[in-house]
Design a protein around this ligand. Structure first.
Ligand code: NDP
Length: 512
């Protein structure tokens, strides 16, 4: 069966349009492993329920939870209902209609008989509900279980597609995709023993945010930006994704990961590739992913200049007037932990377009506010005819692509103040998504689930992209995690601040 491709159009700004309709999705069973966990309750089920409310959920559909916890269908539905009820904006009036589509099958992740029994149950559901053998397996599990569960799915004959009247089969995995290059390669080999690359969807939900997707439209559906999108006009680029939250209840995971594995291997490198890649020939998954990977291959090895990298860890401080503990005082964190919660990586791209332009990639926890933005800092004018009059240099242009808290695009330029004297003022042209698009827009997890069901890989990592990102980061991680002065290299910063002193001026330049 061909993959579904949803066509778009140029919308009339004066009329309500139907952009939110997604076309008919194939009937399918959505099978969630690890269904008793946090991701299922907080993200997946609310997203599926929202899809149901907005009539974008496939029909018919069955949503099948699997985990070791001893729920039955009813207690599982009650667990999910409680999780959704705690979402303030969710209208629960039609919950019971949705809950009728939800099932639970307890299983052990290493038991082939359990997976064979699941296969039988899925066949029965196909007959009863008309889901036509189409199956989406979502591994909402700790990453250590990805390989064994994917293998059991395969051994139970559940990975095969389009055989004996069956429909499609796809598998969804969440970051982290391994913890270094070797483990990522092993994971991929295991996945490929039973699944073709086309069947694998490696989620990066950041990419499903509207503004992130808009980067490609902004760059490639307008003539005026691309000619100046290069080393001739751009001084530097800042990509920042920081948050006020600390490690919360995920210290077990974070102590193994740290900020580089948690944020840079996936979200930060994806944002960088969207901003810096060459134009793809078509707006289709493979040409877009080809260009992103080409860009990743042009990045200068990061471990060549580790002295330029700033790593930090938050100490105690104050967030919104509340005292908060330092990272080492968080439950489940070693009191001597050397895990970084902040990193600033200056990245250089060795190609014709970007030679000499630094890209500052910055991410951290317990920072002054939650903010995700990309700042394009243009060069100074080549010759300032105003220098003698102003006694100062003309402020260079700046373009800000805001992702959080406001999805926005702002361009700062110079204007003359009214009056007899020649005084200049920086003005900003602001475009805020909320001001123009007031209707509902799908949350990131809705978008990724719809794309998986449509078989559209555009927003998902491809195997070679994962390999390339780990090839860049693994030597850096090795260097940072084993170097002699590891403790001295980890700068402490106060919770609620803009990070370590050594990075402060660059960070503040990007967020203000
Ligand atoms: P959880 O820690 O909540 O685990 C999910 C389920 O897996 C648990 O309910 C449990 O189910 C089972 N499980 C947990 N630990 C073990 C273990 N050691 N051995 C066997 N089974 C275990 O994970 P999350 O739901 O938070 O995350 C799932 C995946 O999604 C992870 O890979 C995570 O990195 C990723 N992710 C999570 C996000 C989130 O917001 N939570 C955001 C982005 C990605 P049972 O005991 O019933 O079998």
């Amino acid at each position: 069966m061909a993959e579904t491709v949803i066509k778009g159009k140029i919308c009339d700004p004066n009329n309500i349009c139907d952009c939110l309709t997604v076309g008919e999705l194939d009937p399918c069973a959505i099978v969630i492993f690890g269904a008793s966990g946090d991701l299922t309750a907080r993200k997946l089920i609310p997203a599926l329920y929202r899809m149901f409310l907005s009539a974008t959920l496939p029909d018919p559909v069955s949503i099948v939870g699997c985990a070791r916890t001893g729920y039955n269908h009813d207690t599982f539905r009650t667990f999910l209902q409680a999780a959704c009820t705690s979402e303030p904006m969710l209208n629960m009036a039609r919950w019971h209609e949705f809950a009728d589509k939800v099932y639970y099958f307890p299983l052990n992740y290493d038991s082939l008989p359990d997976f064979l029994a699941l296969a039988g149950q899925l066949n029965t559901l196909d007959q009863e509900r008309g889901t036509k053998g189409n199956r989406l397996f979502d591994l909402a599990l700790p990453p250590s279980l990805y390989a064994s569960v994917a293998t059991k799915i395969g051994e139970a004959g559940l990975a095969r597609q389009f055989e004996k009247g069956r429909g499609w089969t796809r598998i969804v995995i969440e970051k982290p995709f391994g913890r270094d290059l070797d483990s990522a390669l092993v994971l991929d080999q295991t996945l490929h023993q039973h699944f073709h690359e086309k069947q694998i969807f490696r989620i990066d939900h950041y990419l499903a945010k509207e503004t992130v997707q808009n980067i490609l439209t902004f760059r490639f559906a307008n003539t005026i930006f691309e000619p100046i999108w290069n080393r001739g006009y751009i001084e530097s680029v800042g990509i920042i994704a920081v948050e006020k939250l600390g490690v919360e209840h995920r210290s077990g995971y974070y102590e193994q990961a740290g900020v580089i594995r948690d944020m840079f291997q996936n979200h930060m490198l994806q944002l960088l590739s969207l901003i810096a890649m060459e134009p793809p020939s078509h707006f289709e998954a493979e040409p877009v992913r080809d260009e992103k990977i080409k860009l990743l291959r042009s990045i200068r090895p990061l471990h060549d200049r580790t002295e330029d990298i700033v790593l930090g860890q938050y100490g105690p401080g104050d967030i919104d007037g509340q005292e908060v503990p330092g990272y080492r005082q968080e439950p489940g964190v070693s009191p001597n932990s050397l895990i970084p919660t902040f990193a600033m990586l200056p990245v250089h791209i060795d190609n014709w377009r970007w030679q000499g332009v630094p890209f500052y990639l910055i991410s951290g926890k317990r920072m002054a506010r939650k903010e995700t933005r990309i700042v394009i800092q243009f060069k100074d004018v080549p010759h300032s005819l105003f220098r003698d009059i102003l006694g100062a240099k003309v402020i260079a242009n700046r373009l800000v692509l805001g992702i959080y808290p406001k999805e926005s695009i702002s361009l700062t330029f110079q204007t003359k103040n009214p009056g007899a004297r020649m005084c200049m003022r920086s003005m900003t042209m602001d475009f805020k998504y909320d001001d123009f698009y007031t209707g509902p827009s799908p949350e990131a997890y809705e978008k990724v689930l719809i794309d998986c069901i449509q078989g559209d890989h555009m927003l998902f990592w491809r195997q070679d992209g994962i390999e390339q990102s780990w090839s860049l980061l693994t030597p850096l991680l090795n260097e940072c995690e084993t170097c002699q002065g590891r403790a001295q290299r980890l700068h402490s910063y106060t919770a609620g601040s803009w990070g370590p002193d050594t990075a402060r001026s660059i960070v503040e330049g990007i967020v203000t």
